[in-house]
Design a binder for this molecule. Structure first.
Ligand code: ADP
Ligand code: MG
Length: 307
């Protein structure tokens, strides 16, 4: 691709970063969150969604998530409910994931990154808490899928940026900054290889002079900053080639293949309302009192930008 063609477009990037929170027990059950335990040892009847079992929220999860929100200057939602996100997956025994759709823990805010052109504030859309799913394991020469539920119910925050990142370098700087922040706050170990920090990257292209955003493609589960940059680079070239030949971009979820450096289509993105979100009737709303918020503020360490 010639630089002249490349320069006709701006890349538009938004990140969805999942960080596993450092808690002793899971988000709604007393099971251990220890990484690397033998398969299916960190689970109880609640994690396995046996009939009659009920979730109970881990207070530490709320405190960790609020710390991230405070560090990003987000508004903290003072009354929160949990929503069921319904979908079927072998490693999701309930048939739904508990998340926050209507009342994310933190709204707005920003994270400052350093680029060659100086400091840049990347605006956040929201930070919400949710539970991780288990792991499906496909072994070679094994026709059945094996399932490990240890990760099921491990607490996560999802940090969702606005689509306002304009280069793979800026996306990399942001992910590095998030990793630094969660480590400073001691809310996540930031280990991308072990999957404690994972990133979905949304990429679209916009012709210069155009004000509307283009159709985005979501690339799932990047497990290193380098691979995320490779995926953005490949996706930029792929989309420009399509647009230049007069084709349109299909909104879809794609996977990145580490060996080839290419992305490939996984599924066409579910249309709206497919998840049938609704408030979970088993968990009562969480109310963040002034006193609790002050206490969490008092526990905040000094942040890197303040040093
Ligand atoms: P969805 O409903 O598909 O999950 P959202 O609007 O909630 O979409 O956005 C999810 C992520 O995609 C966010 O990080 C957001 O910044 C990013 N995003 C949204 N639109 C675009 C776009 N046109 N190009 C690039 N990223 C985008
Ligand atoms: Mg998404």
């Amino acid at each position: 691709m010639t630089p002249e063609i490349r320069d006709k477009y701006t890349v538009v990037i938004g990140l969805e970063v999942h960080a596993q929170l450092l808690t002793v027990s899971k988000i709604y059950t007393p099971d251990s969150t220890a990484y690397g335990s033998p398969p299916n040892t960190n689970l109880s009847a609640i994690t396995l969604a046996h009939p009659g079992t009920l979730p109970k929220l881990n207070k530490k999860v709320v405190e960790h998530a609020i710390k991230m929100g405070l560090a990003c200057d987000s508004d903290i939602s003072r009354v929160q409910i949990f929503d069921r996100k319904n979908y079927f997956y072998p490693d999701l025994p309930k048939g739904y994931q508990l998340t926050q759709d209507r009342t994310p823990m933190c709204v707005g805010g920003y994270i400052t990154i350093t680029t060659k052109a100086g400091n840049l504030d990347i605006p956040l859309n929201r930070i919400h808490i949710e539970e991780d799913a288990g792991k499906s394991i496909h072994l070679e020469n094994e026709t059945d899928t094996l399932v490990d539920f240890n990760r099921s119910g491990v607490p996560l925050i999802e940090i969702v940026t606005e689509p306002s990142i304009r280069s793979s370098e800026a996306a990399a700087a942001l992910l590095a900054e998030i990793r630094k922040l969660v480590r400073y706050l001691e809310i996540c170990d930031g280990n991308m290889e072990e999957g404690s920090l994972r990133c979905d990257v949304n990429v679209s292209l916009r012709k210069l002079g155009e004000s509307r955003l283009g159709t985005k493609v979501e690339i799932k589960n990047m497990n290193s900053i380098r691979n995320m940059m490779r995926a953005i680079g490949y996706e930029t070239r792929r989309q420009i080639a399509l647009l230049e030949s007069g084709e349109s971009i299909v909104q879809e979820t794609r996977m990145f293949e580490v060996e080839t450096g290419k992305t490939y289509g996984m599924r066409v993105k579910e249309t709206m309302n497919d998840y049938r979100y609704f408030p979970d009737p088993d968990l009562s709303p969480v109310v963040i009192s002034d006193q609790w918020l002050e206490q969490i503020k008092a526990e905040m360490p000094q942040l890197p930008v303040e040093l």
